[in-house]
Design a binder for this molecule. Structure first.
Ligand SMILES: Nc1ncnc2c1ncn2[C@@H]1O[C@H](COP(=O)(O)OP(=O)(O)OP(=O)(O)O)[C@@H](O)[C@H]1O
Ligand SMILES: [Mg+2]
Length: 298
């Protein structure tokens, strides 16, 4: 299962009248990755999440979940939190979750673990109407997890919460991630994405500015794309190199992150010595932090 393609979005666009909400988006999400869709208000984050959940219909392009292996049942593999669900105000957490379970046709029999995870075990018998905003959001996360989905999709999960509430939600997300779930999260906060996500896609006005490992995009590390006939051998050799921090395979390309100042010519020569002829060596842009802040502060 490891390294399986969970979501593949191809050339996807969506307009509302003359507003381009999304323009030619391409994105690949692999199992276990935690993606932050990062961009200012109106950049198309919710539109992306709505499209891949089948709530919004794209004008063009396509997307595929799990390489289509689940067919029509894919929805049961996805847990989503786009806006706070309409819980029944006069019901407590257990009963509200039971309703969600019924809607999702899940067989989950007790919610102990779920309520423990979101820190609502003690308050499980309190009415929803008496919940604080943070508690409501945590119950919403629990609701998204009913049925044990493989992917969790969250739209600005910490919106409107106070610092303590934000910290709670972040640590819950990290716990969920540590269980091997794939997470796709929209956020307009750079530090949130840096703290939680493994990967980031930065959007502006419906266009993808850049995407990749958080460490390579939101730090001074460089990302290099490599292509060669024998990718398996190439990857094996790269893994033995000290300076190569991370390696990610995207179709026929290996994307590696290396420290700033890394000498790509030497790399090329070293690979040559080991019998690897590179068909491609592309150094991608790095340190987008300033650029990103410029965008969000506009
Ligand atoms: N139903 C709609 N009708 C018209 N325009 C829409 C609609 N939904 C979204 N848009 C527009 O599409 C663009 C992208 O919106 P979207 O909600 O995806 O952005 P976002 O990044 O999620 O923003 P925010 O951070 O405010 O949630 C915006 O210009 C928005 O005004
Ligand atoms: Mg939004």
């Amino acid at each position: 299962m490891d390294g399986m393609n969970v979501l593949s979005i191809k050339d996807t666009s969506k307009s509302y009248g003359n507003i381009e909400a999304l323009n030619g988006l391409n994105l690949q999400v692999q199992q276990g990755e935690i993606w932050g869709i990062l961009g200012p208000n109106g950049s198309g984050k919710t539109t992306i999440l709505g499209i891949v959940l089948g709530i919004i219909h794209q004008d063009s392009g396509s997307f595929h979940w799990f390489e289509d292996k689940y067919g029509d049942h894919v929805r049961t593999k996805l847990g989503a939190l786009l806006e706070t669900p309409n819980f029944y105000p006069y019901l407590h957490a257990d009963d509200n979750l039971a309703i969600i379970r019924h809607i999702k046709r899940s067989k989950e029999t007790n919610f102990d673990q779920l309520l423990e995870l979101v820190g609502l075990k003690e308050r499980r018998k309190s009415k929803f109407s008496g919940y604080s905003l943070g508690m409501r959001q945590r119950l919403a996360i629990a609701a998204a997890l009913v049925g044990d989905p493989e992917v969790l999709i969250l739209d600005e999960p910490t919106n409107g919460l106070d610092p303590a509430g934000i910290a709670d939600v972040r640590s819950i997300i990290l716990k969920i991630a540590s269980r091997g779930k794939t997470i796709i999260m929209a956020s307009h906060m750079l530090d949130e994405v840096e703290k939680i996500c493994s990967h980031v896609a930065i959007l502006k006005k419906g266009r993808l500015l850049t995407e990749g490992l958080v460490g390579s995009i939101l730090s001074d590390d460089m990302t290099i794309e490599l292509q060669s006939e024998d990718l398996v051998l190439l990857e094996k050799i790269l893994r033995e190199m000290n300076q190569v921090n991370q390696i990610r395979r995207i179709n026929s390309i290996l994307e590696i992150t290396v420290p700033k100042g890394f000498d790509s010519a030497t790399l090329n020569r070293q690979l040559m010595d080991k019998g690897i002829v590179l068909q491609q060596l592309v150094i991608k842009k790095h340190s987008l932090e300033t650029e990103f802040l410029e965008i969000v502060n506009k």
